[in-house]
Design a protein around this ligand. Structure first.
Ligand code: ATP
Ligand code: MG
Length: 248
């Protein structure tokens, strides 16, 4: 569903993303795990069509992003790390505006927006201005917008940052529900706990390159063999406790 082939991005002489290939099939939550500066956001911005790759290819639901940008973007929901919203719109107005960008209008989109506001526990805030929303509420509203057009694939950058435990639990439940419906989700995070709890498979990125990929058990096995490249990454991601210490 999300298919990356030899994706690379250089800024001047600096290579931020280097030859990343990845397949996230329908119904999978795939964790994109790596320390600060590893290249997660840069990769995600290329998938969302916000950044032009230096090399390589992005395909969403069979549509090449470079050749069929509208079809590819129409199949994708994007949740950025920093929510971008219009402060002077209400939640309902923002969703209506966002739906318009995807060619959605009329009663259908109104009903869908109501459903999503309910799901993300924002119904009471429907007619309030976005400027009065807390960080967690803004993040949930951005997620409503990302799911509005029923995307087949979703990329999400650091969804749990700044959410309280209840907000985080809600987001996890909704992502699992979407997985059940066959949506492919690629989720970046720099915490191993989040990846372990939510993801079917994990790709570990370091210095712009994928250095390991697999289920938690497979990665655990790799780390158990004291992989020279993996161990320092795990130590960094777990604040020094290593992979074996963490219970799922
Ligand atoms: N526009 C840019 N110009 C130059 N360098 C950039 C640019 N965008 C990103 N980089 C560099 O690319 C590298 C990867 O950055 P990126 O934001 O993708 O990391 P990340 O894995 O998302 O990190 P974090 O966990 O901190 O969000 C960093 O070294 C960053 O400084
Ligand atoms: Mg980032």
């Amino acid at each position: 569903m999300i298919h990356l082939e030899g994706l690379a991005k250089t800024f001047g002489r600096f290579t931020a993303v280097d030859d990343v290939s990845l397949d996230v099939p329908a119904g999978e939550i795939h964790g994109f795990l790596g320390p600060n500066g590893a290249g997660k956001t840069t990769t995600i911005r290329m998938i969302a069509g916000l950044l032009q790759p230096t090399r390589g290819r992005v395909t969403i639901d069979g549509h090449d992003l470079a050749r069929e940008p509208e079809a590819a973007k129409g199949a994708l929901g994007f949740i950025p790390d920093r929510p971008f919203l219009y402060e002077k719109l209400t939640a309902a107005e923002f969703l209506r505006f966002h739906g318009g960008l995807y060619g959605l209008e009329g009663q259908g989109v109104e009903t869908r927006a109501r459903e999503l506001l309910e799901l993300f526990e924002l119904t009471g805030w429907r007619d309030e201005l976005v400027e009065s929303f807390s960080h967690g509420m803004k993040q949930r509203l951005v997620m409503c917008a990302a799911f509005l057009h029923r995307p087949r694939a979703v990329v999400v950058d650091e969804p749990m940052v700044g959410l309280d435990p209840r907000g985080a639990r809600l987001i996890k439940e909704i992502f699992r529900l979407q997985r059940q419906k066959g949506v492919a989700i690629l989720m970046s995070t720099h915490t191993l706990e989040v990846a372990q709890e939510m993801c079917d498979r994990i790709s570990i990125i370091l210095g712009g390159r994928i250095i390991a990929r697999g289920t938690v058990e497979e990665l655990r096995e790799l780390a158990g063999h004291d992989d020279a490249q993996l161990t320092p990454v795990f130590l960094k991601l777990t604040g020094g406790t290593g992979l074996q210490e963490i219970e799922i």
